[in-house]
Design a protein around this ligand. Structure first.
Ligand code: C5P
Length: 430
């Protein structure tokens, strides 16, 4: 059963070849009982006729901002107030740029400014256009402004290129919209009301703890063991969690990043300190995301004084002992109902057999979800500004695989958090 009966959706369409897929999406939405008003830009009408959508939705299609006839029917402000969700599929690079700068030169951009409904954008364009720093910067800006970006799919494009930038299939977009309406946060807000109010954010009322960055394990007063983690992914998740209205605690190893606004950060150096900080927060954490690259081993003994190079010694053997597994400790089942186990999310940064190792950790560490990424590819992962991951979620025996295309860590953080919180809310209900 879908949760779309009588939901009021504006389906915005801008001018891309993928506009034809939106006809299938409109049909799926209408079939599921949603009330759909379609708004098309001029560019969209070059690809597909408004009449197609009128026939599919049973409503005239909105195409102009300053059309006296249309304004006499449902005016643009009325339409903006009517919507419970605005989804724009496809969203072109040009529309992204216009939305990112707050333009209101046509009906669709005006609606996005005038409406209090959440706006979800499904970017679709040539892969080089999607990767362009200007588009990525706009994507980042849009997420900061509160828009939700639906990750573009990867594969062969209409222009013959291969890469990220395809509009996801209509069924994928439909299930995205369905999950959005199904998640209980939305039900509590204005779905049952005739008077639209701003939607409640996904993270409202939730306490999210995130670990980020590397740990440093001292050998002596001047040396340590560590890794290349920049902390960017964890910090992006923390910023996204604040945007979603959550109370966010970050436990961070040493990194060169500014603490995102609204985030409370505890700075730590070693894995033992990170564990202590996490355990303190365990009983007041609803969602725990372990993004830190924790050193697996530490020196058995830390020298009091700087270790001196020995003239007659060509080798130095260090004895290391295993660090505690912070994530597995947080994810342990608990019998004390006053201290419930948080919903636990791990990261699996691997250089080979990425998916197998990730799924193994998901089960072995008793996690609810794991984010797998291939750090052997230097364009993504450690230190890079971009990432490409596969999200695995687990409900009992059932593991769901959800690949997300390469994008900036800021955008990916927002997409991951959205998906994790929708899954979390669904798990809470069942
Ligand atoms: O076992 P592995 O280190 O590959 O697992 C990675 C995941 O476990 C990450 O989410 C990482 O933050 C977490 N982890 C941890 N404590 C450790 C080692 C890893 O929380 N000692």
């Amino acid at each position: 059963m879908t949760g779309l009966i009588n939901k009021r959706i504006i389906l915005g369409i801008s001018g891309g070849i993928a506009a034809y897929k939106s006809a299938f999406l409109a049909r799926l939405l209408v079939k599921a009982g949603a009330k759909v008003n379609v708004v098309m830009t001029q560019g969209a009408q070059a690809f597909i006729q408004p009449l197609t959508f009128q026939a599919l939705t049973g409503h005239p299609v909105h195409t102009h901002l300053l059309n006296p006839e249309a304004e006499a029917g449902m005016g643009h402000i009325e339409l903006a107030r009517w919507a419970e969700l605005i989804i724009i599929a496809p969203t072109t690079a040009d529309l992204m740029a216009r939305l990112a700068t707050g333009h209101a030169g046509d009906l669709l951009t005006t609606l996005c400014l005038a409406s209090k409904a959440p706006v979800h954008l499904a970017p679709a364009m040539n892969q080089a256009m999607w990767q362009h720093p200007a588009t990525q910067r706009n994507a980042q800006l849009l997420t900061e402004l509160g828009y939700t970006l639906i990750p573009p799919a990867e594969g062969e494009q209409a222009c013959g290129d291969v890469g990220a930038g395809r509009l996801p299939e209509p069924e994928t977009l439909f299930s995205w919209i369905d999950s959005f309406f199904k998640s209980s946060f939305f039900k509590n807000s204005f779905v049952e009301s005739n008077q639209p109010e701003p939607a409640k954010k996904l993270g409202e009322g939730l306490r999210i703890t995130i670990t980020a960055g590397p740990t440093q394990e001292p050998l002596d007063p001047v040396r340590y063991l560590s890794n290349h983690s920049s902390g960017k992914m964890g910090y992006a998740l923390a910023a996204a969690a604040v945007e979603q209205g959550a109370t966010v605690k970050l436990i961070s190893g040493p990194v060169n990043l500014a603490i995102p606004d609204g985030v409370h950060c505890t700075h730590i150096t070693t894995a033992a300190q990170m564990l202590e900080a996490c355990e303190k927060l365990r009983s007041t954490t609803d969602v725990f995301i372990a993004c830190a690259a924790v050193a697996d081993y530490r020196a058995e003994a830390v020298a009091d004084q700087k270790m001196k190079k020995q003239a007659n010694q060509d080798e130095l053997i260090l004895k290391l002992v295993k660090n505690p597994d912070i994530l597995a400790t947080m994810a342990q089942a608990t019998v004390d109902t006053h201290k419930p186990r948080p919903f636990c999310v791990g990261f699996a940064a691997e250089t080979q057999q990425v998916e197998d190792y990730a799924q193994d950790k998901l089960v072995r560490k008793n996690l609810d979800a794991i984010v797998a990424n291939d750090v052997s590819d230097s364009s993504i992962g450690f230190g890079s500004d971009e990432n490409r991951v596969i999200l695995f979620t687990r409900a009992g025996e059932c593991i769901h695989r959800d690949p997300l295309p390469q994008s900036s860590k800021g955008v990916l953080g927002q997409q991951l958090l959205f998906k994790l919180l929708v899954f979390y809310k669904e798990q809470q209900k069942s």
